[in-house]
Design a protein around this ligand. Structure first.
Ligand code: GUN
Ligand code: ZN
Length: 390
């Protein structure tokens, strides 16, 4: 591509830097109120305003400039009053970079069995004391306004099953469009916070296309694809992402929600997606697992007891990178192994490594797109991961 193409809304600027000549992969810069971020991008999830076990400085050191918080969790604790008093989630957690918040409905429907959805909103029983609560589009946006996140998500009606109940799927898709209108009307800070819409429609491609048309017409600064990450077959997943990206404008960021396996990131980028989030890299770290170019390593396995190499050779994270001092060894696999069973330090180190791995994978993908070598990058990535299948 000859030159950068740009688009701006009040609080977001999108510069498209390069497009792959073979796949739909794109490299871009998205500039938000707390600074620019390079896309494609993986966003780690800091559920309770912290990435379990690591400090904001350690998160910053991985290169992370945009992380996720949850409206649902922050709305319950510390609650809106405290958020207003402290001046939002950036101040609450000592994070000077960008934050994206999910709207809360998905967390309720997926975590709480007793959530029910009506036109008004999502009804559920408080997990603290069982009192009935209602999350409406207006309330979700009010909470996200108090949180002050750089990107806020509309409240959507999301089905967590892959059940082919087309009537319910259509109801959820159409309701998500109506709720987007209510969210836009309720949003108090469009000049400092960017609202993204969320495309629904299950695995039905026509319904997805219809939803894309409705959502795109509402001209939000960015667009998310929801309703995936629910255990659907990989080819269904790819078909839905491709059907959506085909309909979306070039000059807006595209976010596939809840996606985090390295293979899914690499494939989704080829299909034209730019942003991803998932709890998996940090959750699996707490089970003792390291994500590497060659697949997952469970550091609890005996084979690492006397392995004095880094978690992953060549990794640039704070745990793996070589130490300058003479004679110093840095963090070894043996150290992580010996602590993996009971000490939290292993979980912290693996969290840092896994977040760095995901961010770096997207950095490398971006470089490959800019050099117009993305197909070769994808091939190498899969060859390394599955050497036996070559
Ligand atoms: N996280 C993963 N999938 C979804 C979705 O469809 N909607 C929302 N709001 N969050 C998600
Ligand atoms: Zn590492």
């Amino acid at each position: 591509m000859a030159s950068t193409m740009s688009a701006s809304s009040a609080a977001l600027r999108f510069d498209l830097i390069a497009k792959c000549s073979t796949t739909r992969a794109r490299a871009s810069v998205m500039t938000l109120p707390h600074g620019p971020v390079n896309l494609p991008l993986f966003m780690p999830v800091a559920t309770q305003a912290s990435l379990k076990g690591i400090t904001p400085e350690q998160l910053e050191d991985t290169g992370c400039r945009l992380c996720l918080n949850n409206t649902y969790h922050l709305g319950l604790k510390p609650g809106q009053e405290v958020l207003d008093a402290v001046g939002g989630a950036h101040k609450l957690q000592g994070w000077k970079h960008n934050i994206l918040t999910d709207s809360g409905g998905f967390q309720m429907v997926s975590l709480l069995k007793l959530a029910t959805v009506t036109e008004e909103g999502v009804r559920f029983l408080s997990p603290h004391d069982g009192t009935p609560m209602l999350l409406t589009p207006e309330h979700s946006i009010s909470l996200q306004n108090s949180i002050g996140s750089d990107i806020i998500m509309q409240l959507d009606d999301v089905l967590v099953t892959t059940s082919p109940d087309l009537a319910r799927m259509r109801e959820a898709m159409e309701r998500s469009v109506r709720w987007l209108d209510r969210c836009i009307a309720a949003h108090k800070n469009p000049h400092s916070q960017n609202m993204f819409c969320i495309i629904q429609g299950g695995l039905d491609l026509d319904m997805r296309r219809e939803c894309c048309r409705e959502m795109v017409a509402r001209d939000t600064p960015g667009i998310a694809i929801g309703g995936l990450s629910g255990g659907e077959a990989k080819d269904d997943f790819c078909r839905v992402v491709a059907a959506c990206t085909e309909q979306l404008p070039d000059l807006k960021p595209r976010y596939v929600m809840g996606i985090g396996y390295p293979e899914d990131l690499v494939v989704s980028v080829a299909l034209g997606a730019d942003m991803f989030d998932c709890v998996w890299p940090t959750r699996t770290a707490r089970f003792g697992n390291a994500i590497t170019k060659h697949g997952m390593l469970n550091m609890k396995r005996e084979m690492f007891a006397a392995d004095f190499g880094p978690i992953e050779e060549g990794c640039g994270c704070a745990c793996c990178r070589p130490i300058e001092e003479e004679g110093a060894m840095g963090i070894t696999r043996a150290f992580v192994h010996h602590n993996a069973a009971k000490e939290t330090v292993a979980a912290h180190l693996l969290t840092i490594h896994n977040v760095y791995y995901q961010l770096n994978l997207m950095r490398e993908a971006r470089e490959a797109i800019i050099e117009d070598k993305y197909p070769a990058f994808v091939k190498e990535f899969f060859a390394r991961l599955y050497p036996d299948r070559q």
